[in-house]
Structure formats: C-alpha cells, structure tokens
Design a protein around this ligand. Structure first.
Ligand code: ASP
Length: 439
C-alpha cells in the first residue's frame, strides 16, 4: 500500500504543526511520499510565507532594500528548525535565494522558495530523501503543464526511492527557469505524484475535516460530507466551494486514485473521500449546497420565438462576439433568459443590447441584476422523487422568491436563482429541509 500525503500551509506553519505532521506520517508505513506547502498562517492575522516572498521579491525587483523583509522570512524557517532541534544549517540556501532575488530570477522563482525550503526542513526532520520539484515537474514553453514528460521523469526518479519529500507548487520550464502553478497549487503536485507512483490513495491534509455540506459562514456547524464523487465535487467547486485546487483532480481521477481530505489538527476524523464512483448510499438526498452572488439575467421576449429557426443561435452569437460566456439559459416558449456574470456583462451591456436588437428584433429585453445562483448537488437526487418540490417548499417557507431554476439533464444538480438579498436565507432553508429534518 502506498499513500501520497500532501500537507497544506497551515499544517506546516510552526514547529508544533510539524510535529503533528510527523506523527501522522509515522503512524502509517504506507505514507511514503510527502508533498509540503510553504509555511502558512499560525494565527489569523499572520502572513503566509508565500505572500511574504512575493512582497519581498517585489521590493528586490524595484531595486529597493529588502533585507528586513528577507530576514523575516528566514526567521520563519529558523524558528521551526530550532524548535524542532534539527541539525540543519540553511545559511547557504538562504544566500543563494537572496542572490537570485538580486539577480531578478522572477516572481515564480521567489514564491517557489517557500515550498522548496520547507521541503528541505521537512525531509531533514523525517529523514526522508529530498527531491527538488524542478527536477521532476515540467512545464512546456507555452506555460502549460507537461503531463507526459513529468509523469515519465517522476516515475523514473521515484522508482528506487522508498520515501521522499517533494515540495509542492512549482516545477521547471524548458529553459530551466522556475514556474509555479496558480495559487494553492501544491494540491496539484500531490495529485501528480500520486498518479506517477500509482498510489492507492492521495491524502490531502488541511485544517478542516473535509468538505462540509454547506458554507459554515452561512449555516451553523454544517455536517461534513463523507463521500463525494468527482462530478459532484466539480459542480460544487464551480459554485465556489473551495478546499482543493480544481486542477488537482485531473491527474488522480485519470489514474482512478481516490482523494481523502483530512484534518491535521483532528487526524482521527474521517474526512471526505473523493471518488470516481461509489455504491455507497449517501446519508442525505443532497451531497452539498454551494452558491455564488454576482449574476445578471437578460430576459428576451418575442412572440412566436419558438418557431423562429436559429433564434437561440443568433442570441448567443451576440454574447459570443462580445466575449461573454453564459452560465445558464433557461427558456420558455416565447422567452429566453441568459444568465451571465455581472462584472463581465456590465462593461459590454450597451453593445450586447444593441446587438440583440439588431440580430433578433425582440419585443422586449429586460435586465435583472444582483442575482445569486445556488447549486444543490447530489448523486442521490436521480432516484429520489420530489426533490425539486422540496426545494421550492423550503424556499417558500423562508419567503424566498425563486427567479430561475435549471436542472441539469444528469439530474446531479438543481440550480436556483434568487435575489442576492435572499441568498443566505435560501441556503439555510435548503440545508434545513434536506439535512436537519432528515437527521
Ligand atoms: N504556497 C502556495 C500558495 O500559498 C501554494 C500552496 O500552498 O498550495 O498558494
């Protein structure tokens, strides 16, 4: 059995956290490949090392004095090293990094040092081999991740190595400069390593016990999701539920490896299992609820629209020409509604309106702003009758007016549109009816 274990920034923010991480790793022999993030926040007003590095590098790039900012970063590592009592001298490493800052090695290089240095510390502490991600993770000239080359190199490199630490977040370009993934990208590295070594499971350790059914800022103490499929997760993450970087799914999913989200501060909690498919019956009809504010609906009305060939295409053409992608498109016999992101739509509003008038000669166009979309997601909805009915009665009880509804043909999700001012009440009422009332 082989597990790849990734630890997020808060799991490695201090010596105390490092100890928890080592306990977790030592608890199971199968936890052989470890992917660390850079040290994160120790308390809520603290600054992540990655952010300190960006800020420090920006000073350096402007030719300003960055000694103080650099020393603060150094201090984050030295305090961990000292408190853990490690026999590790990083003076040389730090002077190389400093010289590269002066030599303007780039923002990506700067940010990547957070993981690089943390990887060295963690490898020393665990007595695992350290492997620089620059030697095993590659990008193409275009900046795209080079999955094939990486997979091959990673496989070869790890083949003879029993236990290793591979820092997250970065890799190298064909010209040997350093490039990072987007923020939160250590999740991607973990997934890549898991796929390359053919791990049985990819454990992603963070500071929450997995995904919650709903946003804890809206619903008080929502229950965790024990098992979720990749498809359900995608629907929920699209609507803003974040625990895992979206691009982290692809490598493991392709290799059929499940992801287990676990909590470093509560390792006994089961966490959330993310799987391709499961026969496990979910405890509730819905798996999760997520939502986003900031949408606009453009309602187009025209008598006999339904019999006008190419009407929909002509409408969408206007949006496409203006570079606006639409989120949803519910329609009636003589009406068609296009849901778009408000911030994208606003600057193009007049062009789109005149384009619509020109292209389809509508009777009326009416624009509604400040809409929130809520996705109610669940693989069990397919076999449950009356789900939509229950959603509507919950919303009616909460005095929420439903402005739009859209059910995907996969029956995996139902999207409802409500006024932004009703957003929180709507989510609470849906959670109540499907979870609280079902307990
Ligand atoms: N340290 C990087 C960030 O803050 C990458 C990561 O933590 O996954 O975005």
């Amino acid at each position: 059995m082989t597990k790849v274990v990734k630890f997020g920034g808060s799991s490695l923010a201090s010596a105390e956290q490092f100890k928890k991480v080592a306990d977790i790793i030592h608890a199971e022999d199968s936890r052989r490949y470890v992917v660390p993030s850079a040290p994160g926040k120790r308390f809520s007003a603290d600054t992540k090392v990655t952010d300190m590095l960006y800020a420090c590098y920006d000073l350096a790039a402007k030719g300003k004095n960055f000694d103080e900012a650099f020393d603060k970063i150094k201090e984050r590592y030295t305090s961990i090293i000292e408190e853990l009592g490690l026999d590790l001298d990083m003076t040389e490493e730090f002077s190389i990094v400093k010289a590269c800052f002066i030599g303007k090695a780039g923002r990506d290089y700067a940010a990547s040092r957070g993981e690089y240095l943390n990887g060295i510390v963690l490898a020393n502490y665990l007595k695992y081999e350290f492997i620089d991600a620059a030697d095993v993770i590659y990008f193409k000239d275009s900046g795209e991740f080079d999955a094939e080359r990486t997979n091959k190199a990673m496989k070869e490199r790890l083949a003879g190595i029993e236990r290793a630490v591979i820092p997250g977040f970065y890799g190298s370009m064909p010209n040997d400069t350093i490039k990072t993934f987007s923020r939160g990208g250590s999740d991607i590295t973990g997934s890549i390593v898991a796929a390359a070594v053919g791990a049985d499971i990819y454990e992603n350790w963070t500071d929450v016990s997995g995904f919650l059914i709903s946003d804890p800022r809206i619903v008080k103490d929502p229950l965790p999701i024990t098992t979720i499929t990749y498809k359900e997760l995608r629907e929920l993450s699209y609507m803003g539920a974040t625990v895992l970087h979206e691009d982290a799914i692809f490598p493991v999913r392709k290799a059929g490896i499940p992801i287990n989200i676990k909590n470093t501060n509560a390792p006994m909690d089961q966490g959330t299992m993310i799987v391709e498919s499961t026969s496990q019956k979910p405890p509730f009809t819905i798996t999760g609820i997520a939502g986003k504010k900031g949408f606009t609906v453009v309602n187009i009305e025209k008598d006999m629209m339904n019999s006008e060939l190419g009407f929909g295409r002509k409408v969408l053409e206007v949006f496409e020409k203006n570079g606006i992608s639409f989120e949803h498109m519910p329609s009636g016999i003589d009406t068609m509604s296009i849901v778009v992101h408000q911030s994208e739509f606003e600057p193009k509003e007049q062009e789109i309106l005149s384009g619509l008038h020109r292209n389809v000669h509508p009777d009326t166009i009416d624009i509604e702003t400040d809409l929130a979309l809520i996705a109610i997601v669940g693989r069990a909805m397919k076999s449950a009758r009356g789900t939509a009915g229950r959603i509507f009665s919950a919303l009616a009880h909460a005095h929420v007016n439903v402005k739009m509804i859209d059910q995907g043909s996969s029956e995996l999700n139902i999207i409802v549109g409500v006024a932004e001012s009703d957003f929180e009440a709507a989510i609470k009422s849906i959670y109540e009816i499907f979870v609280v009332h079902q307990l």
